[in-house]
Design a binder for this molecule. Structure first.
Ligand SMILES: Nc1ncnc2c1ncn2[C@@H]1O[C@H](COP(=O)(O)OP(=O)(O)OP(=O)(O)O)[C@@H](O)[C@H]1O
Ligand SMILES: [Mg+2]
Length: 161
């Protein structure tokens, strides 16, 4: 409580591969059985530690994976989660790609605004990406959305290491 009241975070050197693994431990089973979604990972073995609050980054990855899951409905499919070092930027990157609906080019910025949702009433508040972007911004990182050349979308998060 005090940490949040001060507006601070529990910044620590964090292996984002571990954060990702924990998130997948929480979500994988339900994604597979309830939503027909498999998450494939490609995690850099030598990933540099990021300076971040692991709990907040957990929230970011949950929000992005949940969106990827939803974009793959009603049939399900595969989500690719990749981590890698960006030595030229002294940063690490995490990308989450799906082969779902993709995003209208005109909405690629709008989706990060609070309460923007295309989901049915009661199914989405439109806060997931807003919260994710706020968290990443507070860590002095960046997040961006792109459409894939084939289909679906990729969200990339970069954090300083
Ligand atoms: N991977 C994706 N593929 C396609 N569209 C996406 C993807 N991720 C987000 N979007 C679009 O961006 C909108 C906003 O996403 P956001 O996570 O902020 O809210 P939400 O998922 O609608 O609701 P919630 O608050 O429950 O997360 C979504 O409604 C959807 O239209
Ligand atoms: Mg969402």
């Amino acid at each position: 409580m005090q940490t949040y009241a001060r507006g601070g975070h529990l910044l620590q050197e964090t292996n984002l591969n571990q954060v990702v693994d924990n998130v997948l431990l929480m979500l994988s089973e339900q994604f597979r059985t309830k939503w027909g979604v498999k998450v494939a990972t490609e995690l850099a073995r030598d990933l540099k530690p990021a300076v971040c609050d692991p709990n907040q980054m957990t929230q970011v990855f949950i929000n992005l994976l949940t969106n990827a899951r939803d974009a793959l409905q009603p049939h399900g499919g595969e989500v690719q989660l990749k981590t890698w070092n960006m030595p030229e930027l002294a940063a690490v990157a995490v990308a989450i790609s799906d082969t779902g609906t993709g995003i209208l080019e005109s909405e690629l910025d709008t989706i990060f605004e609070p309460f923007y949702t295309t989901k049915a009433k009661g199914e989405g508040t439109g806060l997931g990406l807003f919260v994710a972007a706020e968290i990443v911004r507070e860590h002095k990182g960046w997040i961006r959305a792109q459409n894939n050349t084939s289909r679906g979308a990729t969200f990339t998060v970069m954090l300083p290491c």
